[in-house]
Structures are given as C-alpha cells and as structure tokens.
Design a protein around this ligand. Structure first.
Ligand code: ADP
Length: 555
C-alpha cells in the first residue's frame, strides 16, 4: 500500500516539478525579454533624439542664410542687390548660389549669381524656374514675407529653393534664393552631421566623422539612395528623420556606432539566457529525479530492515521455545525412555547452537555495519580454521543425513587472518548449505592455494541461485523467496528461516582480509560459494575494507 502511495507521489510530484520549472523558465525569459525591449527602446529614443537634432541643425543653418538674403533682397533697391550681397556671400550665405527677384508677371527683374563663367547654367536655371518651378511653388497661397522651400528633382537633378514674397508700392515681388545642393552635400552636411569637430572639410574633402562619434549617420533621398555618408546596415537600432522644412524630401539616418555590436550582444544574451534557463531546468529535473531515486532506495532498505527485524525475532523465538518446551518436559520427569531423553537433549543442544550462532551473527554484523568492528589479525593457517568450523557442523550434518566432505590441500601458504572471522564465514556458508540444500547427499568444503593466497569453496547440491540474484544475495538483508519440502510434513512447502545477513557477513570478512566472495551456480544442480584470503595483503580494520558499505546499524 505504502509502495503504491510512494509511486503515486512520484507520478504526481515529478510532473509538478517539471511544470513548475517550465513556468519559472517562461517568466524569467519573459522578464528578460521585457527588460531587453526597454533597453532597446531607450537606445532607440536616444538615437531618434540625435537624428532629430541633426536634421534641425542643417535646417537651421539653411534658414539662417535665407534670413540674411531676406534682409538684403529689398525690391526697393533691386538694382544694387548684387553689389550688396556678393561681397559677403561666401561668408554669410555659403550655400546660396544665386538670388533672383521676379515680378508678378514672372519676369526676372534681378539675377545675382556667385557662379562666375557659368552663364549657360544660370540661364538654364532661369528658364527652369520660370517654366516649371514657379508653378510648383503655390505662390497664391503664400502670405507676404513667409519663407517657404521647394525641394524637388528636375531633370534628375535635385534643387533647393527658398522663396518669399514682398509687397512694395502695392506690387508683389517673388524673391528666390537658389541653394547649391552640391555644396550643401559637400560642406554643410559633413560639418553639421559629423559631430561638429573643428572640421577640415574643404570643398573637396571627403566627409570625415570624428573618430569619437558614438554614432554613424547618412542622408538618403526618397528612394533610399545615399546622398551623403556611408551605407548603414539596417538594424533594429537605425532611425531615420526627415528634414523638417528645407530638404524635406531627404532623411537623416542615424545608427548608434555600436548598433551591430548591440544587436549581436542582445542576440548573445538571449541565447545565453535561454541556455541558462534550460540548463537550470534540466539540473532541477535531474536533481528531483535523483532525490526521488535515493528516497526510493532508502525506502527499500528500510523495508528490508523491518523484514530483518521480524526475521531475527522469529529466528530467536523459535529455538528458544523449543529449548524451553523440551527442557520443561525433561524437568517434569514424565519422559520415561532414555532414547527419548537423549533425543530431547539433542534437540536442546542443537537449538541452543543455532541460537548462539544467530546471536553471534547479528552482533558481528551490527559491529561491522557500524564500522567499529576491528579484526584481530595474526599469522595463521586457513586450513585449520576451516576444519575447526566444519567440525562444529559435523554432528548436525550427520544427523540430517548429509556428508560433510572437507578437503584441505597440504602446505597451504600461511596468511594473516582473524581466525574467528574465517570460522564465522565458513559456518555461515555451511549453515546455508544445510538450510537451502538439504536434498543433496554431501556438502564439500575445499581449501586450496589460489593466486598466492588461499581460496575456500563450499559446494552443495541444492537448488542453485538464479543468475540475476547471484550478486544481490551478498547485499545485507536480501533474501530470496526460499521454501523447501517440510521435513516432517512430507509434501508441504515450508519457508526457510533466515535474516539475510549471512552472505553480507561473508563478504565483509573476505573484503577485510583483502579477498573477495562470490557464488557460481548451476540451477537445479547446486552452488559453490567461494571466498578468498590473499596471503600477505591484509587490512587492519574492517571499516577500511568495507568503506563502500553504508555505515548503518543493523538494529
Ligand atoms: P539468510 O540465509 O539468513 O536468508 P544469507 O545472506 O545467508 O541470508 O543468504 C541470502 C539468500 O541467499 C538466502 O535467503 C537464500 O535465498 C540464498 N542462499 C544462500 N545460500 C544458498 C544456498 N547454498 N543455496 C541456495 N540459496 C542460497
């Protein structure tokens, strides 16, 4: 029942942990995305402000020049326009190429041009102005002295005109300032856009942004063709702003110098965050799984332990009850025949032997499990120790009709051993053989030299051990579902009693002597339990040799 509850808990808890990790990951990821967005937003805002400022600066510079021209181009003194403007033109209105005054009938009254020797060009412009540009200026809707701009392409050439109307003596005049776009691109834009370092940009110099500029910028026309500046890789951080009044068909584009770096950093961080979140998720899930597995194992061990306690109590109770029963019968004097008396006494001796063997086993085991049990090693003869242990069982074996064949090779290497421990190991193996293989005719105990040391084999003709259990049975508390034909009841199958610590003890003892314990078995034919005692290689304490076992009390 509790096992099912445990399973159920596992089935419910694990998906819960996974879901919780998922939710956590989702929110973490969403939050970082939002923070990223905000950060991006602020970068964008700063870039936009910069672009707006740059566009306004260029606008202002052009309008400042227009204002200068406006002050000079007075219809009242039209004839001296050139004389008054040209001397200061280079300084005050560097990008204005020519100033024209027209009357209402679109006749050019005055044409002051800074271009010397470009008469044909000036004439071409005058015609273009009269024929086409004036028509595009919407003069009728313009208030007197209102400054307006015309920025347009004519014959695939870009023009910028500033124009306003003047009323003089009841007549309207149109004043036009023709800006030299080439010059604006060559001089004004580099100077104003490129972070305004004290510029060296002459007419022929290439625009040079200052090296400390935190951003890159350019100017593009309506179709996105670059008018000025380097091409900008379009990234999420690049912004474009139209010139508000003058060059209104063009846009200033600004991209933070580190925009590519920024974008890749954002990308990297996103990747890193995804990896981190997934990694921690995986770690949490694995951790939870590990905890569940450990808990499951712990639960199994504790179940085995409870079983062990029940087994041991039962093991103690049964022989004790028998001893008491037969002793009381003898005490009452009601047992008449000597043969019966002898039989009862035999039973009492046998059961007491079993009791003391069991108690010894449990005590030894508890001691070893706690890691406190230290062996007393001394140079000794393994063959002698084994023979002595076998002799303890000779009587019982005979009674049970089993031959105990002890075969000790002569001149075995001597080894440093704890003789009592070796005896205990042999006793456990022989006891098992008698318990689990009663149908066999003999039990063989062989002691021979092996690998410079000694190996002890205890062979029975019992049921054998299934391959999958051959390692497991050496673990503490592990017992197989043992039954055997009940000696008295004939066909009935009776469970074989035991505590599940015998073989674990054998392994402890072998390991403490630097050896190993294992079983070879032929199912249905019998088993051979073996443990080795290497000569010379001896560990001083059991705790060192058994450090791979969980240190725990058997009780
Ligand atoms: P116990 O004998 O108290 O159950 P052991 O550790 O000595 O504990 O043995 C563990 C299990 O190994 C036994 O329960 C039994 O199933 C199996 N086993 C041990 N010796 C033999 C054997 N000679 N033949 C068959 N099975 C055996």
């Amino acid at each position: 029942m509790s096992r099912w509850r445990e399973r159920l808990r596992l089935l419910v808890l694990l998906p819960l942990v996974v879901v919780a990790v998922g939710v956590l990951a989702y929110f973490t990821f969403r939050t970082t995305l939002q923070i990223d967005k905000l950060r991006q937003q602020s970068v964008l805002e700063a870039t936009l402000a910069l672009a707006t400022e740059k566009a306004a600066r260029v606008d202002r510079q052009i309008i400042d020049q227009d204002n200068v021209v406006m002050a000079i181009a007075d219809p009242a003194r039209m004839d001296t326009l050139g004389e008054r403007w040209l001397p200061t033109a280079q300084r005050e209105t560097p990008s204005v190429r020519a100033v024209l005054v027209l009357d209402e009938s679109r006749t050019v009254l005055s044409f002051a041009s800074r271009a010397t020797g470009a008469l044909a060009e000036d004439e071409g412009f005058r015609r273009l102005l009269v024929d086409r540009m004036l028509g595009d200026m919407e003069l009728a809707a313009q208030a007197p002295d209102e400054l307006r701009h015309l920025h347009r392409e004519y014959a695939q050439q870009s023009y910028l005109l500033s124009y306003w109307q003047r009323v003089h003596e009841g007549r309207r005049y149109v004043v036009v300032a023709w800006h030299d776009i080439g010059r604006i691109v060559r001089e004004t834009l580099p100077m104003l856009l490129a972070e305004l370092q004290p510029t060296t940009a002459g007419a022929n110099d290439k625009p040079r942004p200052s090296p400390s500029a935190p951003s890159r910028n350019n100017v593009v026309d309506e179709e996105g063709r670059i008018i000025f500046g380097p091409p900008l890789r379009s990234s999420e951080f690049t912004v474009g702003v139209r010139f508000p009044t003058t060059l209104y068909n063009w846009r200033v584009q600004v991209s933070p110098l580190a925009s590519e770096e920024l974008a890749s950093r954002v990308q990297n961080r996103r990747l890193l965050e995804i990896t981190m979140v997934s990694l921690s998720g995986i770690v949490i899930v694995i951790g939870a799984l590990a905890i569940f597995l450990v808990a499951e194992k712990e639960r199994r061990v504790s179940a085995l332990k409870s079983e062990f306690v029940a087994n041991v109590s039962h093991e103690l109770k049964t022989p004790l009850a028998l001893v008491r029963m037969f002793a009381e019968m003898l005490q009452s004097g009601r047992v008449a025949s000597d043969a019966k008396k002898q039989e009862y006494l035999d039973i009492i001796v046998r059961e007491s032997e079993r009791l003391s063997a069991l108690i010894e086993n449990v005590l030894d085991f508890a001691r070893l499990e706690k890691g406190r049990g230290s062996f007393e090693f001394a140079e000794g003869d393994v063959g002698d120790a084994v023979t002595r242990a076998a002799n303890v069982y000779r009587y019982r074996a005979e009674r049970e009709g089993v031959d105990l064949v002890v075969d000790v090779e002569p001149e075995l290497p001597r080894a440093r051993i704890d003789e009592r421990a070796i005896q205990l190991a042999v006793v456990n193996l022989v006891d098992n053989a008698l318990k689990y293989a009663p149908e066999g005719e003999s039990i063989g105990i062989r002691v021979r030299a092996h690998d410079g040391g000694v190996r002890i084999d205890v062979t029975d003709q019992g049921p054998g051990i299934p391959p999958e259990d051959r390692l497991r049975i050496f673990e503490r508390f592990v017992r197989l579902p043992n039954t055997r034909d009940d000696a008295k009841g004939g066909k009935a199958r009776a469970p074989v009693r035991g505590s599940g610590i015998g073989l674990a003890l054998v392994q402890h003892i072998a390991a403490s002597h630097g050896g190993k314990a294992w079983v070879e078995s032929d199912l249905g034919k019998g088993s051979t339990f073996t443990f080795t005692v290497p000569a010379g290689r001896v560990l001083s304490t059991a705790s060192q040799a058994t450090s791979d076992h969980v240190t725990q009390s058997a009780g």
